[in-house]
Design a protein around this ligand. Sequence first.
Ligand SMILES: [Ca+2]
Ligand SMILES: [Ca+2]
Ligand SMILES: [Ca+2]
Ligand SMILES: [Ca+2]
Length: 496
Amino acid sequence: MTRNGSSVPVRLEPYQTGYGENTLVWVPDNADTNSFLPPQPPAADTPVTVTVTNVRINGVARNFTYTVTIFDPSVTPNVTFTLSPTSTTVPYSGGSGSATLQSSSQTAIWGALSTVPWLHITSSVSGRGNAPPAWNADANTSSQQRVGKITVGSAQLTITESGAPCTYTFDQPNGSLPYNGGSNIFVVTVSPASCGLQYTYSGGLTVNTIRNGAAVTVAYSAGPNMTGAARQFSITVAGQNFPISQPGTAPAPQTRVSAVGVFRSGFLWILDKNGNHQVDSPADAIFPFGGVPGDIPVTGDWNGSGTTKAGVYRQATGQWLLDYNGDGVFDSGDRIYNFGGVPGDIPVTGDWTGTGRTKIGVFRNGFFWLLDTNGDGVFDAGDSAFAYGGVAGDRPVVGDWTGDGRSKVGLFRQGFLWILDANNSHSVDAGDTVFPYGGLAGDVPVVGDWTGSGISRSGIFRSGFFWILDTTGNHGIGAAFAFGGAPGDVPVVGHW
Ligand SMILES: [Ca+2]
Ligand SMILES: [Ca+2]
Ligand SMILES: [Ca+2]
Ligand SMILES: [Ca+2]
């Protein structure tokens, strides 16, 4: 091969039979002969004279000369493309559209490309001449606006997709604070999770938020209401008002008599709702909740509505499944918390701060209490951890031993001795209450407000069916009856 009269080395590809015509393949000198990479494209169209000599045809040697032009196929000189429109918008839910492509050449090949994965070309991605490229945009699951392009050569169609609107869902319609000051929380679920959360609040409140992905726990507190009348606060989250009321005086004592129940066969709740110590249907509440082997029943007024609801603590995972909305079914209105999870952790529940809502906790290693004091379902800086107990076999009991509205801890020791942290000091001291109640092997301690006095009293669940209750607080047998009796029945107590 010669170029402008000078010899150009070429590499002859091995001749192979069986592939189309008998073809002589050569590669010009600017290719790496050890590679199968294509030759470097020329800077401009390059004419080359090719001379093939000593071609033997019927035994006669002949020479051939011809001219080839080496060109870059991706360059289409003097061809222009125009896309219209050059920009458009699409809502966050996605959509489709089309454009008009005009080419100055009806023979030059064009290729259409999308610059982002969420924007798809639904028409031909290459062709010749004019064409109507069509596209489709996926829904945007983020709150952030995003931009993609469809390109044909240097022509561009810019597509701007809106961000999804932010929505804010409260887990409760309104809040409350105790008349003598205190704190409470609500949870705002933010969607999409990329949305920010801005809030304002009325004077007199202290507000803090803790964000965990899409869930924002809003903690609010206020001092005692000295006005003598009920007052209102509000927190406004992204324009939505969350009203908070604080009464001006101590609420009238609520009579909430505890009734008994059993958790049977690891899933079935049988609750003596009408308090007659017999199983009646439909007067009583009988429903399944839980059911994974090892589930431990837990009870509490999770949402502060005034009634006790079911729940289970799943030992293997440390997971709490709470029937938050109290409908006896595990559904979207309920809560799943992860709290505890160390093998041997015993779940405990109580209204540790007197907000009217029951919170969770665990009793670990026979002496260590971890309480979700701030009620957000996770163990964090707002919570309590302390030692109370420590004699082998100590079992936790929880109750409002003094009637001040707050649950306190206690121990059932060696199967008969009650040690109750009456002064809520988190240590065993002279301010505590100690007495014997029970004492037969297998006695299970139960705690309830048997008379609606506001004070929690002791009880014993004996032999799997027999209840002995200290209804008067003198540590005697105030009431005794049978309820339950199937093997494995676990006693539960609440204001059902
Ligand atoms: Ca009943
Ligand atoms: Ca439920
Ligand atoms: Ca917590
Ligand atoms: Ca104490």
